[in-house]
Structure formats: structure tokens, C-alpha cells
Write a protein that binds this ligand. Structure first.
Ligand code: GLU
Length: 443
């Protein structure tokens, strides 16, 4: 218990700084670079090739002064990173979170480059963030912050340049404000500048559930690979935002039992055979803003330390929150046989090493959660055509893309005898490198 407490504190306190108690580096960007190196070594990339595709191409940092409702002005740090645009415009979400740092946004942009390449959509990698707790803002303050973010960096964005989307604590309404700010500035209606919009403004059917749905397609294939039945499998989900809540809903529709869910307020564990009814949990969160008090409406035990969820004895663990949740400190106590990463960067490379020895099967973020950006791409295509597809058409494309990508990464993993994460980077790096070499250097 004492060590567990320490690790929680550590995760909170030193995010983006070197670990104090652990050997793991908790800089998300350093960890991302390590992931790259593992695959680049196998591919025997040359120094020149690495120089072009490893580091971000452009890092923008601005201060956003916002007039608060009480008349005072508060200044928020904001970022947009373009990691690589060899295969198409930068693509990736904008995160509103108090812990956002440039280190984190650089890592997230890097993961977007290779995520888009793994699922073979013609886009590059980008990411944005604002260091803010949006829960402390009124709706008016939130709108002013969103518009100022887009206006401040307006020249970075564009349907062929950089196409943002939702991420942690951002949503379709914020995308609508981004789109309106850009469209007003250009005196045109330009929905393709951002994805994850409301349906009424050119959003796509299936976008809200896409991240979790893509994960479900991967998990189904993983179970098929191990020749085990998915119905009846037990699941623990860390984080109950968009990805986590849809994950619970969709997996329970597949007959899985949701044994535990967590958010910052605690872990809610059901030892009951039937598990947690996702609909009840989702309704609760809609009403109260978090899982707080769930123990009063369903038969669950509330553990005050949310990190304990990660150590539950379930078939599948789904991290669906932030980076660096599983380190060399808690990885030895993680019991799940399969980890499906709905979050970006939830495991450190040291945790990966422990899981490789334990034989835990990891479906890595850049494959597992790529359903979100895949449907974002389909939204962008629909916006550019001005013609909109049915839910069935979207699901058909998403399923095909996720299943092909999973099969490709699995075959690469078996061929090179490397974990799925390194295999996913091998697939992604080959595609990005090919595009970069074909384009060559401008001068
Ligand atoms: N924020 C999501 C991700 O991390 C979606 C990005 C997008 O749709 O562009 O993949």
C-alpha cells in the first residue's frame, strides 16, 4: 500500500520530469523516443533517415490571455506541435488539462504520426494542448479560450495543413467553436479544418464511439488469435471519459463482464458475477460529472486509490486515461493477460519490458485507439465531398481498416519476434520513411 501511494504521488508530481523514486523516465517524449529507437534498430534505419522522421518538425507555444467572467484576465499556456507531415496534413486532437506540458504534446504528436501510418490513412501527426482545468471555467470562459486558441495559431491550421480534433476534456462543441473561428476568419464555410464536430455541422456518424469501437475490433481479433471466447471475459477500465465509457458499453454488448471502472475519484469494483452495468455508470456520470457516488446506485466496492484498478485480476485491462500509468513499479502486480491501450502512452518502456517477460499481450495505443482518428479521416473526406455516409458505411470502413491493421501488426510481431508495440512502430516507420524519402528535401 505504501509503495502504491508513493507511485500515485509520483505520477502526479513529476509528470514530464525525471522520476524521483523510479528508474522509469516519466517524460512522455523521452519514452516515445525510446519506442521509436527500438523499432528503428530492427529496421536498421540510417542516421539520415532517423534525422528526418524522429523529432517534431514544428513546436508552437503561445500564451492565451482570457477575460474571465469576473473581469480579471488569466493567461494560459497553449501548444500545437506538428510532428511529421510527409504523408499528409498534421492530424491530432487538442487537450485541455492542467498537467499539459510541451513535453507531453510533443510525445502525443509523435504518436499521431505513427498512429495514422499504422492504419494507413493519408495524414501526418500533430497535437495541441492548453494547460487549464476546464472544469473550473464557465461556458463563456471555455468558448473564449477555445476561440483564442484557434485564432492565435490560425495560420498553422487548414484542411490541407493541420486538422485538429477532440482529445482529453475537449468535445464536439469546442470543435464547433474552432470551426466557426476559422470559417469566420476566412469568410467561408470550412468544416474540413477540424473533425469530431457535432453532426449538425458536418460531423460524422460513428465518430463519438470510434476510439472504443476500434479497440473492440482489435480485442476481438486478439481473442481470436489466442483461440479464446470473448463472451464472458472480464474487463477493468481506467478512465471513464469518452473512450472509457464507450469501451464499457461496447464490450458488454459483446458479452464481456465489466469488473471495474475508475476515474480520479476512485476505483469501483464489482466482485458480483454480473459486473457493472455500463448504462447505469454512464447515466451516473452524465448526471454527476464523475463516477463519484456510484457505490450508492450499483453493487460495487469503492477503493479510494484509483490506481488499484490497474492491479485487478481480469482478462483485459483497458487504460483509457493519461500517460505513464503503468511503470516498472506497478507492472509486476498487473494481472491482466491482455492490455488494450485506449489512452495514449499509458505504459513506460520499462513496464513494456516487464510485460514482455510476463507474456502479457499488449495492443499498443498507436493501433488500439486508432479508430478515433480513422473516423476523423472519414469525416474529413465527407466534408470535402459534401456528401455524407450512413452509419453502416462508416462502421464497414472502420472495421476493415482496424482488422487489416491489426493483422498487419500481428504478422510483423510474429515475423520479427518482437512485442506488438515495436511491430506497430515497424509498420508505421516504414510508411513514414518511404513517404519522406520519396518527397526528398526541398532545398
Ligand atoms: N485525440 C484522438 C487521438 O489521440 C483523435 C485524434 C483525431 O481524431 O485527429 O487519437
Amino acid at each position: 500500500m505504501a509503495t502504491r501511494k508513493k507511485s500515485m504521488k509520483l505520477d502526479k508530481k513529476v509528470k514530464g520530469e525525471p522520476g524521483q523514486f523510479l528508474t522509469d523516465k516519466l517524460s512522455a517524449f523521452d519514452n516515445a523516443m525510446k519506442q521509436f529507437d527500438r523499432a528503428a534498430d530492427i529496421l536498421k534505419l540510417t542516421k539520415n533517415q532517423v534525422a528526418v522522421i524522429k523529432e517534431p518538425r514544428r513546436v508552437t507555444e503561445v500564451k492565451l490571455p482570457i477575460r474571465m467572467d469576473d473581469g480579471s484576465i488569466q493567461v494560459f499556456m497553449a501548444y500545437r506541435v506538428h510532428h511529421n507531415v510527409a504523408r499528409g496534413p498534421a492530424k491530432g486532437g487538442v487537450r485541455f488539462h492542467p498537467d499539459v506540458t510541451v513535453d507531453e504534446v510533443k510525445a502525443l504528436a509523435f504518436w499521431m504520426t505513427y498512429k495514422c501510418a499504422v492504419v494507413d490513412i493519408p495524414m501526418g501527426g500533430g497535437k495541441g494542448g492548453v494547460a487549464v482545468d476546464p472544469k473550473g471555467l464557465s461556458l463563456g470562459e471555455l468558448e473564449r479560450l477555445a476561440r483564442r486558441y484557434f485564432a492565435e495559431m490560425i495560420d498553422l491550421f487548414g484542411p490541407d495543413r493541420d486538422v485538429p480534433a477532440p482529445d482529453v476534456n475537449t468535445n464536439p462543441q469546442i470543435m464547433a467553436w474552432f470551426m466557426d473561428t476559422y470559417s469566420m476568419h476566412h469568410h467561408d464555410y470550412i468544416p474540413a479544418v477540424v473533425t469530431g464536430k457535432p453532426l449538425a455541422l458536418g460531423g460524422s456518424k460513428g465518430r463519438a464511439s470510434a476510439t472504443a469501437q476500434g479497440m473492440v475490433y482489435c480485442v476481438r481479433k486478439a481473442f481470436e488469435h489466442f483461440k479464446i471466447k470473448l463472451a464472458g471475459a472480464t474487463i477493468a477500465i481506467q478512465g471513464f471519459g469518452n473512450a472509457g465509457s464507450y469501451a464499457a458499453k461496447l464490450l458488454s454488448e459483446d458479452g464481456c463482464i465489466i469488473r471495474g471502472v475508475s476515474d480520479i475519484d476512485g476505483a469501483f469494483i464489482s466482485d458480483d458475477y454480473g459486473g457493472i452495468d455500463p448504462e447505469v455508470a454512464i447515466k451516473h456520470v452524465k448526471k454527476h460529472g464523475s463516477l463519484k457516488g456510484l457505490e450508492k446506485v450499483v453493487k460495487v466496492k469503492r477503493l479510494g486509490d484509483p490506481m488499484e484498478l490497474l492491479e485487478m485480476s481480469t482478462d483485459v485491462l483497458i487504460p483509457a486515461a493519461l500517460e505513464n500509468q503503468i511503470t516498472s513499479e506497478n507492472a509486476p502486480r498487473v494481472k491482466a493477460k491482455i492490455i488494450a491501450e485506449c489512452a495514449n502512452g499509458p505504459l513506460t518502456p520499462e513496464a513494456d519490458d516487464i510485460f514482455e517477460k510476463k507474456g502479457t499481450f499488449i495492443i499498443p495505443d498507436i493501433l488500439c485507439n486508432a479508430g478515433g482518428v480513422t473516423v476523423s479521416y472519414l469525416e474529413w473526406v465527407q466534408n470535402r465531398m459534401g456528401y455524407y455516409w450512413t452509419e453502416e458505411q462508416i462502421q464497414q470502413d472502420l472495421k476493415r481498416i482496424m482488422e487489416t491493421s491489426f493483422a498487419n501488426v500481428l504478422a510483423t510481431s510474429l515475423h520479427h519476434k518482437v512485442p506488438m508495440r515495436t511491430a506497430a512502430f515497424i509498420v508505421g516507420i516504414q510508411r513514414v520513411n518511404e513517404a519522406a524519402e520519396l518527397r526528398g528535401l526541398y532545398a
